[in-house]
Design a protein around this ligand. Structure first.
Ligand SMILES: Nc1ncnc2c1ncn2[C@@H]1O[C@H](COP(=O)(O)OP(=O)(O)OP(=O)(O)O)[C@@H](O)[C@H]1O
Length: 241
């Protein structure tokens, strides 16, 4: 069965995805789905393969075997920009260009939109992120770690993606900023945007409809938020219990 046939209603559907770096195989056959508007958490210990999976989904790494379908169509041979034009967006752990201004960083996220669309979306985003609006001409490198994450989020939201892939939005942040990022994601993500978030921080479970636990490049467990919260495997991975 192809990835698209597995669940025709899924926004994103993966079947037997395998990849790695040179001789090192990291993903060993991942099956996963994200439905429209859903928030899905990708949990897993260090080196489990979460970042590798997100890079493969956006096309920064080739898919060695298996299939990736987006809105029912194979995308695993498309270049990243073609995937972005179809409605995917990717926020890496770094997220922003420190030497460019806040304004320029946000505009970059919408590089394929018209100037008029960029202007309109920027004003909507600045209304959502007043801290960024106040500093819009300043270099992104002058922002605090928490504000940089907000900018990274604003930058990927400008294109109003159907699916936003986020790699560890909590990385490098103090707990107080992690809470802020979670709040911003709650309030700024529209119903039309599905999220797939790779995280080590279980606090993100509060955002999730469902999640997957990745272990050594395979899905060890999947379930609803409540099922993951109650899971011994998740507890073992995150709290060593
Ligand atoms: N550019 C690379 N070249 C070679 N090996 C890599 C590269 N990036 C990651 N790896 C290896 O791939 C494996 C999975 O790493 P990955 O970054 O996907 O894990 P992760 O689950 O995202 O972990 P973390 O939470 O620590 O980022 C690790 O063994 C890592 O050393």
């Amino acid at each position: 069965m192809s990835a698209a046939e597995m669940n025709a209603a899924a926004l994103l559907s993966l079947r037997d995805v395998q990849t790695g770096y040179g001789a090192l195989q990291v993903l060993w056959g991942v099956d996963l789905e994200v439905m429209s508007g859903e928030t899905v958490l990708l949990l897993g210990a260090n080196s489990a393969g979460k970042s590798t999976l997100l890079r493969t989904l956006i096309g920064l790494l080739p898919c060695w075997r298996g299939e990736i379908a987006f809105e029912g169509e194979r995308i695993d041979r498309l270049a990243p920009d073609q995937r972005i034009r179809r409605g995917m967006a990717y926020m890496s752990e770094l997220g922003v260009f420190p030497t460019l201004s806040i304004d320029e960083n946000i505009a970059l996220g919408g590089y394929f939109l018209s100037d008029a669309q960029i202007r309109k979306r920027k004003e909507q985003l600045f209304a959502l992120f007043p801290d960024l609006a106040a500093k819009r001409r300043d270099a992104a490198g002058t922002l605090s770690g928490g504000q940089r994450k907000m900018l990274g989020i604003a930058k990927v939201l400008i294109s109003e993606p159907k699916l936003l892939l986020m790699d560890e939005p909590s990385s490098g942040l103090a707990p107080v900023f992690v809470k802020q990022v979670i709040e911003v994601l709650k309030t700024s993500i529209g119903a039309g945007t599905a999220l797939l978030i790779a995280e080590q921080n279980v606090a993100f479970l509060e955002l999730a409809d469902r999640g997957y636990l990745i272990d050594h490049g395979k899905v060890r467990l999947s379930g609803t938020r409540a099922e993951l919260e109650a899971s011994d495997a998740v507890r073992e991975t995150y709290f060593g219990l």
